[in-house]
Design a protein around this ligand. Structure first.
Ligand SMILES: [Zn+2]
Length: 429
């Protein structure tokens, strides 16, 4: 099987490769990118001054706002070379269009091929894709093309509908699924309620997208435990974003998603845009390698993460990213403490009394953040309510507002008409 060889090379070989690609990128942007041409000119940066990874840090950072406000200025090719128009989900602000050429689509396939290989994928696997492949969603298409390159089988079932998912699992016998972890929990509930013996099915592994299944020390969080407690399958976490067109995916070790060094230069930066050490939280900042239509240079993703760089038993000599601690913009400043939504989700997932939830944040009269939790209780009673409130008070040290809603109301909040992923967090600030 063809492997992604660079990841297994020594650190200096990886670095040399990246610096060569970086020089190519700078020259390419200097010639073709309206946005970066202007940026280089404005900051008196000549392409031949940027040769090493250290030199890269002299270039100003690119923000999400740059990409939103000047979207088309990032395009480096004529429009007739563009094949695919993907877009970001627009969870934070207006959506951004990311255009891809034929070469970019090949790069995307290589990226996801390497990701699936990293996550134990083999040509004799069959993957059931429980996610959308349309609505300009890059990831769905990426999984499809990566699995195709791997030579494994694909069942494009789409998101939701547990009964149909199970019917298909029983009929076609996939060995793996690709799904959002909280949906896997729903699948398990459905199986339990309908007498399906999940551990006798053909599924042996799950590639988990969109939500954390681990704590930052890489132990399984409550969502991860809720899955493996019932279902004896191996979980692999993967993290990616449309803008970076690249995924970080866990190997069998399950201790963070591996960087793919031929596709991305990674920096983790603190509040002052300085690099942090291993185990310290910072913002994921990326430079794309090998992207033709819309390459990005030192792009701040808004995602806060940590990294580890110790030896991995799989043999890849690349840094690994922790689960996302949160999105920088979604940080909740909460009565003297700060909180990221994923930590709040972990708390809610831990409570047996809570069947499902949506967390809402808004600013109060004096400009402070307030949290309102819309909860679907398993069996609502005053006793349950007391228990939930006491638990939140103990764990958060402050009490959020709580409102109980029905299953239908939760569903309506989580799946608005225009969405392609379940909404668990509403930011009204
Ligand atoms: Zn590994």
């Amino acid at each position: 099987m063809q492997q992604n060889q660079l990841s297994f090379q020594k650190e200096d070989v990886i670095r040399k490769f990246q610096e060569e690609k970086l020089r190519e990128l700078i020259n390419y942007l200097h010639l073709n990118s309206p946005f970066y041409k202007e940026l280089f000119k404005h900051h008196n940066i000549a392409p031949d001054q940027i040769c090493t990874l250290e030199d890269l840090t002299r270039i100003p950072l690119t923000t999400k706002e740059d990409l939103q406000q000047r979207n088309l200025d990032f395009l480096c090719v004529p429009r007739d070379k563009v094949i695919e128009y993907s877009s970001t989900s627009g969870t934070l602000g207006s959506p951004v269009t990311i255009m891809l050429t034929d070469n970019d689509l090949n790069r995307l396939a290589h990226n996801e091929y390497s990701s699936f290989v990293c996550a134990g994928g083999r040509p004799d696997d069959v993957y059931q894709l429980m996610l959308t492949l349309d609505r300009q969603f890059m990831a769905g298409m990426a999984y499809y093309s990566g699995i195709r390159k791997l030579g494994a089988g694909i069942i494009r079932l789409g998101p939701g509908v547990p009964s149909l998912q199970w019917e298909t699992i029983v009929r076609i016998k996939p060995t793996a699924i690709v799904a959002v972890p909280s949906f896997i929990v729903k699948l398990i509930q459905f199986a339990l309620e309908h007498g399906i013996d999940i551990n006798k099915t053909s599924v042996k592994k799950a590639v988990c997208i969109g939500e954390n299944i681990r704590n930052t020390d890489f132990s399984l969080n409550m969502l991860g435990k809720k899955i493996t407690g019932h279902w004896d399958i191996q979980l692999y976490s993967t993290y990616a974003s449309t803008e970076m067109q690249t995924a970080f995916t866990e190997c069998n070790e399950g201790r963070g998603g591996h960087l793919q060094p031929e596709l991305l230069i990674l920096e983790i930066l603190n509040e002052n845009d300085q690099p942090v050490g291993p185990g310290e939280a910072g913002e994921v900042t990326i430079t794309t390698l090998g992207v033709e239509a819309m390459p990005l240079l030192r792009y701040k993703t808004g995602d806060v993460c940590m990294y580890v760089n110790d030896h991995c038993s799989c043999g890849r000599n690349t840094v690994r990213l922790s689960p996302i601690i949160g999105r920088k913009k979604q940080m909740i400043k909460y009565k003297g403490t700060t909180l990221y939504p994923p930590a709040l989700f972990d708390l809610l997932n831990e409570m047996e009394e809570v069947a499902d939830f949506v967390a809402e944040v808004y600013s109060n009269d004096i400009g402070m953040d307030e949290v309102l939790l819309h909860l679907e209780a398993v069996n609502y009673s005053e006793e349950t309510d007391r228990k939930i409130r006491a638990y939140l008070q103990a764990r958060l040290r402050v009490s959020p507002h709580v409102r109980y809603v029905t299953k239908d109301e939760i569903r309506a909040m989580q799946f608005p008409e225009s969405g392609r992923k379940a909404v668990k967090f509403i930011d009204r600030r």
